[in-house]
Design a protein around this ligand. Structure first.
Ligand SMILES: NC(=O)c1ccc[n+]([C@@H]2O[C@H](COP(=O)([O-])OP(=O)(O)OC[C@H]3O[C@@H](n4cnc5c(N)ncnc54)[C@H](OP(=O)(O)O)[C@@H]3O)[C@@H](O)[C@H]2O)c1
Length: 283
């Protein structure tokens, strides 16, 4: 059964399996660059197969910084099909040694860089990404999020999100401007993460886990996924995606790939429905 759609911010309706663009220019921080033509083919095929939610960032680049996911997206897909939602994130700043955390002063130029590279007048969804994979507890996001809120008021951004945050960050951001989406490295066995995802569900906020396929390094949950996969004639990746989507209707998957075969495999998870027994076994 198709997992259906979710309306980000109440008005940007997307299929619950989208696409993560981080793997287009290279497959991981230490990896060699990928072929841009293949990357553009993956993007075009994704849209052909119904992907209407692409997750990107200006700092998703190849090793020397010259091949950028945003450029590949524009080259492959501009003019963008109606209904395509492109979500991006700001916070980190790309330097000679890769991304480092920026300050409030870096936010406006980063939003402008995304507008320019993607060739749009308004960005659909911009996350403030703080920390690296895990929430930086106790760190205020106020100054940075206030810049984003002002740019939203100016009409340059439709919806705002936060990434790598805990509940306190969400509350702080929500006090400044509406939060439409949260993007975190989600572990369904982590009580704090589950509480955050539940709060997001209650408040109509999209919860967008990244690294749902173990970021290519495999996951501690793969053994359980493999057993369920065998029962369905599916793959571990498909079960991982179906499992995430089964947890709550506000969860959106953004599997990242630079491979046409993996793209097709991941999108085929739309037709995989896990049974109550499968879900109990994966708990
Ligand atoms: N907010 C943040 O801090 C943050 C951090 C990281 C990522 N993200 C976002 O989340 C997206 C997903 O994260 P991610 O790319 O780290 O992790 P992921 O989706 O868990 O894993 C991607 C990795 O899995 C491989 N893969 C993809 N499909 C596969 C399949 N069907 N079978 C086997 N391997 C497969 C990919 O290699 P191939 O390319 O060879 O398929 C790649 O190495 C990113 O694209 C990015 O948009 C956000």
């Amino acid at each position: 059964m198709n997992p259906g759609t979710f309306a980000i911010g109440g008005d940007l309706t997307v299929d619950r399996i989208g696409f993560g663009a981080m793997r287009l220019a290279r497959n991981g921080m230490d990896a060699t660059p990928r072929d841009p033509e293949t990357a553009r083919a993956v993007l075009r095929r994704a849209v052909e197969l119904g992907v209407d939610h692409i997750d990107t960032a200006d700092f998703y680049r190849g090793p020397d910084g010259t091949v950028r996911a945003n450029d590949l997206i524009r080259q492959a897909l501009f003019p963008y099909p109606a209904g395509l939602v492109i979500a991006t994130k700001v916070g980190p700043v790309f330097g000679p040694d890769g991304p480092t955390q920026g300050t409030a002063d870096d936010i406006r130029p980063a939003v402008e860089a995304n507008l320019e590279a993607l060739g749009v007048d308004r960005l659909d969804l911009v996350y403030l990404r703080i920390g690296w994979r895990t929430p930086p507890q106790g760190e205020s996001l106020r100054d940075r999020f206030e810049v984003l809120a002002a740019m939203r008021e100016e009409g340059l951004i439709r919806h705002l999100g936060v990434s790598n945050v805990d509940e306190a960050h969400l509350s702080e951001a929500h006090g400044i401007a509406p939060v439409a989406a949260i993007q975190n490295l989600f572990d369904p066995t982590d009580a704090a993460e589950t509480a955050l995802a539940d709060r997001a569900a209650g408040e109509g906020i999209a919860f967008v886990p990244f690294g749902g396929l173990g970021s290519g390094r495999g996951s501690a949950r793969d053994e359980g996924y493999a057993a369920v996969a065998r029962r369905h004639g599916a793959t571990v990746a498909q079960v991982a995606l179906a499992h995430a989507l089964a947890l709550s209707p506000n969860i959106l998957a953004i599997p990242g790939t630079g491979s046409l075969a993996h793209l097709e495999e991941n999108l085929a998870a739309r037709s995989l429905t896990l049974t109550p027994e499968d879900l109990a076994a994966l708990r």
